[in-house]
Ligand binder design. Structure first.
Ligand code: PMP
Length: 423
């Protein structure tokens, strides 16, 4: 079937059984920030700690070999998950933020100089803005933002114009596959093809894509792709930096220390081969094993089915929220252009008041700028409220969410003012 019944999965997630502080059943709609974990992930991690944990790579003893096997097996799981050509292209990092910083520091410092341009979009998360601002401080390059249209998508004509205007001066196009605020799904393959015509490198921020839809790095053809474990039912403290092998080979290492070296002398060092070259120090061993269990879990459910399920929930939310007075959904009007993210503002009501009231109803949503201040400035908003769905969310939960939003509107929105006639 194209979708599935989320009720059959909920029992896999122990935390979903609890109530909110107000004593009512929890409706967890903050998945864009971080998801919950199924028992299978918790078990995989505690099994490691309880039965075979040791440091990897350096040991010749039984436990170290067992841990190394499982750690490298996790790398092969991620390789298959992304359809990467080789597991040498899959590097474990602390998360999306660490992965983008690594690319900016290594590939960026090596390939970008004064007068060059790093192209971003106006819907980027701060994790895909600040490392490039820092690169600009170091090198004198410029960071340029592709503007959005009124439908919360990058304006393709204006993007074309930027490429025509700046051409080969653009050295990197770094963009999110799915906006963490608008839910917009971006045309990754098209944008990568366009960047290649001008000889630019590409980095895809897949933090909001990898958990929710199938990814194929060979079809997408991007040079770098990054995501975090904690947003796809996995542990915190781990993420992935996928990089094209030829690029990773030519890049200098970022962090120096143990494991990333071939040899060290009093004069200097030589780097290890991929992937160790970019994995200095003791890696997140148990987290990698947990991430592999999370990937197994969501792959068993099916990424295409997860995407369809979330689209269905988004559709229901869009329809129902259209009835709430003074409410503006930000992002694409058509749920078909989106992922399972619904952000909105209510005229005259602060986003923090909305989220606080919703919490009394057991509904967990996020309020603020969602680490996307340039986007909010562009939208003319100080803050927004975001509901973000995942595979365990149900239509009943969407109904409880909408009910709570209606209550907020009735309770907090300014009343009794006569509409001024429009002139
Ligand atoms: N990019 C996007 C699109 C995100 O949604 C997030 C997390 N909110 C990040 C980057 C940063 O991820 P992390 O905090 O796991 O490093």
């Amino acid at each position: 079937s194209p979708t599935f019944d989320p009720h059959t999965l909920r029992g896999d997630f122990p935390v979903l059984e609890r109530t909110a502080a107000s004593g009512v059943p929890l409706v967890y709609l903050d998945n864009g920030a971080s998801t919950q974990r199924p028992q299978a992930v918790i078990d995989a991690m505690s099994d490691c700690y309880q039965t075979y944990y040791a440091n990897v790579h350096r040991g010749i003893h039984t436990l170290s070999e067992a841990s190394t096997d499982r750690y490298e097996q996790a790398r092969r799981s991620v390789t298959a998950f992304l359809n990467a050509a080789s597991s040498r292209e899959v590097l474990f990092a602390a998360g999306t933020t660490a992965a983008i910083n690594t690319v900016a520091r290594t590939w960026g410092d090596q390939n970008v100089s004064a007068g060059d341009i790093v192209l971003l979009t106006m819907m980027e998360h701060h994790a895909n803005i600040v490392p490039w601002h820092q690169l600009a401080e170091r090198t004198g390059c410029r960071v340029v933002f592709a503007p959005l249209n009124d439908n919360g998508q990058v304006d393709q004509e204006q993007l074309d114009a930027l490429w025509q205007q700046h051409g080969a001066r653009i050295k990197m196009f770094a963009f999110t596959a799915v906006s963490n605020v608008l839910g917009t799904v971006n045309p990754v393959e098209r944008w990568v093809r366009q960047a290649k015509q001008y000889g630019a490198a590409t980095l895809v921020d897949a933090a909001q894509a990898a958990p929710h839809m199938p990814i194929d790095v060979q079809a997408w053809d991007a040079d770098f792709l990054v995501f975090s474990g904690h947003k796809l039912c996995g542990p915190t403290g781990i993420g992935v930096l996928y990089g094209r092998e030829s690029l990773l080979e030519s890049m200098p290492p970022f962090l120096g220390g143990g494991a990333m070296i071939n040899s060290v002398t009093t004069e200097g060092f030589t780097s290890a081969a991929l992937p160790e070259k970019f994995e200095a120090g003791t890696p997140p061993i148990v987290e990698a094993i947990g991430l592999a269990a999370a990937i197994d879990y969501i792959t068993d459910v099916g990424l295409q089915r997860i995407h369809q399920h979330e689209l269905h929930l988004t559709q229901l939310a869009h329809q129902a929220l259209a009835e709430v007075k003074g409410l503006r959904i930000i992002g694409p009007a058509d749920p078909q252009d989106k992922s399972g993210i619904v952000s909105f503002a209510i005229e005259g009501v602060h986003a923090h008041d909305i989220a606080q009231w919703m919490d009394t109803r057991g509904v967990a949503v996020r309020a603020g700028h969602h680490c996307a201040m340039p986007l909010h400035k562009d939208l003319g908003l100080a803050a927004s409220t975001r509901a973000s769905f995942y595979l365990y969310n149900t239509t009943e939960e969407v109904e409880r969410f909408v009910e709570a939003v209606s209550e907020v509107q009735a309770k907090f929105a300014p009343k009794g003012r006569r509409r001024r006639p429009r002139t």
